[in-house]
Design a protein around this ligand. Structure first.
Ligand code: DP6
Length: 331
């Protein structure tokens, strides 16, 4: 059989209302809906070749093994299932253009690009809902990197997960002045992955139920703030949602703490900056590095503030576009 190959590129995303906890670990179904924005110019490029001999997976220059490799091959198997035929051995090469130390989930962009490329290589038609469901199977947050701009991942109700995928609420062009600054305050590998941290939180945090109810209710409010391009409303909401996610994780047994002194140094500097007229708010995923929300005119001031508070690197981002097929295969 002739080999079939495709290459796709996707942006990572940062959740403004976070996903934290699965109701079905095997299918990657969340307890609550979440809402995010993609981060350009950060991107991951992934090339997939089907019928390529023994399966090989290379992520950011090293051969993937164990669970990491299994997750990639499991996604390819789902595509084979949809295509109704085996796809043979697969070769996957994936590369990000941003420092892994930034703690931005390259897995979200990576699985979105992998889902897009594998479906194309298998000859399946472009379909954002199916691609998002497929990306979700690799990593939940990847469901939200299939389309650009601002996306909601609906938790869905069905046990088979068919109604659990992300859709775009607003394209990246909706809010051209919005800026997101990823601040590196620690390059250390985190001790507990998102996957393990959220599982421990679901099982042991007494605050978990409250978290789920609160976060679900915040999604339409966040969408409304974006619709109005209201940075103060969105920023206040993003901050409280991040604090609440970390609060429920901190209440797990044993506690799950992703905050580091450098994290607090940056986020605790923000109220003072706001008092001086600089609109800046933070959000924080399952790691130490905050992402700051501001507008284009305040970017230089916000970057200076983050560096003065100890950030060793600051990546300036703005909302990015859809995951897309590109020329320029990686092998
Ligand atoms: C804190 O999507 O990385 O970034 O589904 O287990 O692969 P898995 O987890 P992942 O978790 C992301 C958690 C988060 C919040 C978010 O992105 O919504």
């Amino acid at each position: 059989m002739t080999s079939r190959k495709a290459t796709a590129r996707a942006h990572p995303n940062i959740a403004l209302v976070k996903y934290w906890g699965k109701r079905d670990a095997a299918l990657v179904l969340p307890h609550q809906s979440s809402f995010s924005v993609t981060l350009a110019p950060l991107e991951v490029t992934t090339t997939v070749e089907l019928d390529a001999g023994p399966s090989r997976v290379e992520l950011n220059g090293r051969e993937a093994t164990g669970a990491e490799r299994d997750r990639v091959l499991a996604l390819v198997n789902l595509v084979a299932h949809e295509a109704g035929r085996p796809l043979g051995g697969v070769r996957v090469v994936s590369r990000g253009n941003f420092p892994m130390a930034a703690g931005l989930a390259s897995s979200a962009a990576g699985f979105a690009a992998l889902a897009r490329a594998t479906r194309a290589a298998a000859g399946l038609p472009d379909d954002v809902a199916r691609t998002s469901r497929l990306a979700r199977a690799g990593s939940g947050s990847a469901a939200r990197s299939v389309q650009g701009g601002f996306c909601t991942w609906q938790r869905g109700q069905r046990p088979d997960g068919e109604d659990s995928f992300a859709t775009q609420d607003f394209p990246e062009s909706h809010w051209p002045e919005l800026r997101l600054l990823a601040c590196v305050v620690s390059g250390a590998e985190k001790d507990v992955s998102s996957r393990d941290g959220m599982a421990a939180t679901v099982e042991t945090s007494p605050y978990y139920r409250a978290w789920v109810e609160d976060a679900e209710a915040e999604v339409p409010r966040a969408r409304d703030a974006v619709r109005r391009r209201d940075l103060a409303a969105l920023g206040v909401l993003a901050e409280r949602n991040a604090w609440r996610m970390h609060a429920t994780a901190l209440a797990a047994e044993p506690p799950c703490c992703y905050l580091r002194p450098g994290t607090l140094a940056v986020v605790l500097a923000l109220p003072g900056a706001r008092a001086k007229g600089c609109p800046v708010y933070f959000t924080l995923d399952a790691g130490p590095n905050p992402v700051l929300l501001t507008t284009a005119e305040h970017v230089a001031r916000v970057e200076a503030l983050a560096r003065a508070a100890g950030a060793s690197d600051v990546l300036r981002c703005a909302p990015g576009g859809d995951a897309r097929l590109v020329d320029g295969a990686l092998f």
